[in-house]
Ligand binder design. Structure first.
Ligand SMILES: Nc1ncnc2c1ncn2[C@@H]1O[C@H](COP(=O)(O)OP(=O)(O)O)[C@@H](O)[C@H]1O
Ligand SMILES: [Mg+2]
Length: 382
């Protein structure tokens, strides 16, 4: 998938910005605070229906306005044209998403249509942060590649909320009725087991891609590992068996749950453990290893989505390469430039170490005060 043209209207500090995108590498240059990341954020809206880091749609609306519009023209790998549009109305708190003028009723129907892999400084939490940061990573990758996963996840969250409400009510009123909990238990088990099953399958498929990517980046002297640790002992990937263990574990912890008033078993407590040379990366990896691990995860995400969506994802890299040493960044640039369409930001293009003889010279956009000042394109030289 390639983004051919992007239009931002009253989005962040962009009043009216149009980008004619290169099918290769697009490089957004400029000082801090000029509006480079905001452009990537606009693309994120078209692909994921939301920002990759903002908490909500109101904060990305230009502060002087009541809404924003982001429009994108895409060409699929098979050269089919799509126009996607996301329009937000702040007063009504309403977001309308259309693809080729047809309204998209829920985000799960948009996800995966314009697959994207995003790497920004915020993503460092995937390897250094809490279990929920890793779950979010996995959930987004699987959601982009499997429509049912996001629906299942939303279902699960709704049921969990209801069950927690019942548990918390039971805690305060002493009329402890098991009956009130019963329907939520079975729902949680059924939908939760489906999620666990999908997560097991995902890790199985994703792990080899991750190993390959890591080896490409580092050579073979370090072995990374990705393991999935569900909140209950799980030695099978059959739906019914998973349900059985889920139910048993839930029963064994029912006293405890009642005492503290919320659910202790289920996918919301799952952990994904990332290891390097058999040690937990979260506690033992160096900064360089964290970064390499993260980039390997993102490359693996790229290959995974490409296989699953039958479409080449776009890559968005926000401020990623600037702190890397010259050789590593050059190697990475060469790798990603061959993958597909890339959008990246930097405050200093010299720090990027672009190989001057590489065929994939970037198109450079000089971003200033919420607009594009100047475009330089060296691609046609070759
Ligand atoms: N809702 C908003 N309305 C107007 N301007 C905004 C809004 N949100 C952020 N900005 C402005 O956008 C700029 C930051 O843009 P950003 O793309 O993050 O910069 P950078 O070029 O450093 O990546 C800041 O000047 C900030 O004041
Ligand atoms: Mg930025």
């Amino acid at each position: 998938m390639k983004l051919q043209r992007l239009d931002l209207e009253t989005f962040r500090n962009h009043q009216q910005t149009s980008v004619d995108c290169s099918p290769g590498v697009n490089l957004f240059l400029g000082d801090n605070g000029e509006g480079k990341t905001n452009i990537l954020e606009g693309i994120s809206y078209l692909c994921l229906s939301k920002s990759f880091y903002a908490a909500n749609d109101a904060v990305v609306t230009n502060i002087t306005r009541d809404g924003f519009v982001v429009t994108g023209g895409f060409f699929s790998d098979a050269h089919i044209f799509y126009e996607a549009r996301v329009a937000f109305d702040k007063q009504q708190n309403q977001k309308i998403i259309t693809v080729n003028k047809a309204k998209i009723e829920k985000a799960s129907l948009l996800l995966g249509q314009f697959p994207v892999v995003i790497l920004s400084p915020e993503h460092s939490s995937i390897t250094v942060g809490s279990p929920s940061d890793r779950r979010r990573f996995v959930d987004l990758v699987v959601s982009q590649s499997n429509r049912k996963y996001l629906d299942c996840l939303m279902d699960y969250r709704r049921i969990l909320k209801q069950r927690n409400k019942v548990l918390s009510d039971m805690q305060f009123s002493h009329r402890a009725h098991d009956d009130a909990l019963e329907p939520w238990n079975e729902n949680l088990i059924r939908v939760g087991a489906a999620l666990v099953k999908k997560r097991i399958e995902f890790i199985g498929d994703f792990q080899p891609l991750m190993l390959d990517s890591y080896a490409t980046l580092t050579g073979n002297d370090e072995t990374p590992e990705l393991t999935y640790a569900p909140s209950f002992e799980c030695t099978t990937d059959g739906q019914e068996e998973i349900e059985t263990v889920f139910r048993q574990t839930m029963n064994s912890r029912s006293q405890e749950e009642r005492r503290i008033g919320y659910s202790l078993v289920g996918p919301h407590r799952d952990e994904f453990i990332f290891k390097i040379n058999n040690r937990d990366a979260r506690n033992f990896a160096s900064q360089g290893q964290h970064k390499t691990f993260l980039i390997a995860l993102k490359l693996a995400e790229f290959y995974y989505l490409k296989q699953r969506c039958h479409e080449t994802p776009m890559l968005l890299l926000d401020d990623v390469l600037s702190e890397m040493d010259g050789r590593r960044s050059q190697r990475l640039l060469e790798t990603i430039a061959e993958l597909g369409q890339v959008f990246m930001t930097s405050t200093d293009e010299r720090a990027l170490n672009w190989n001057p003889v590489a065929s994939s010279q970037p198109r450079k956009f000089f971003v200033r005060q919420g607009g594009i000042d100047r475009v330089e394109d060296a691609a046609h030289i070759h």
